[in-house]
Ligand binder design. Sequence first.
Ligand SMILES: [Cu+2]
Length: 263
Amino acid sequence: MGVQNPGYWLPVDLSKYGYKIDDLINIIHVFMLILFVGWGIFFVYCLVRFRAKPGHRANPELIHAKGSKYAEIGVAIFEAVILLGFSMPVWAAYKHAPPDKDKAQHVRVVAQQFAWNFHYPGPDGIFGKTDQKYIDEAANPVGLDPNDPHALDDIVDVNNLHVIRGKPVMLRLSSKDVIHSFWIPVMRVKQDVIPGTVFPIWFEPAENATLGEFDITCAQLCGNNHFKMRGAVHIDTPESFQKWLDSKKVSTQPVNAEEEFKE
Ligand SMILES: [Cu+2]
């Protein structure tokens, strides 16, 4: 599972807006490197300059040097620019709906120890109701309500998220049990999943994204078999997506749903 090459730095980016996250990571790393080297040099300078010497007493008076003052003001300004100018706008862009949300694909994600359940609304575009009393770990892992007509065409796929190139994907994340963290490295999305709450998150596979399967992992130590909690995001063309959809149609009907429908 997963064909991406980890490379020497960040994983391959197949998302339309992932470069913003990458830019931020690069800027912060370069800045931290500059700070690290600067403070390291200053530290070594102080060790040598102020070392214990015979006939020399420590002076507790503050030094009012201009240079260090300007350096600290400069660092504070740069940090404010990173936070207000880069970090917050990227965060805001990722937390709100995608720019072209009308054409988005909607998927519910229900995390559990140790799998990702993906719930698609089906051709009617409406998610069927779910309730934990209908949950059957094998046949109905998200608890689709067999009495809800909107649930009849819904599709549930364990560990497989199918998306289309160039089409935004809006996810609603929830958990059946403990805290998990939904992570698609190639899409640059990561979000904690907390029981009792629903978190929205979105991403958009780039128009020219490599087709195929890429890792989805859980980034929060969530139990003994946490390491097994991996799925795959399948980047499809509209045709291959449809093919997959057709293959799923009958097999994932919730138990009793067909009978209920006939009445
Ligand atoms: Cu997990």
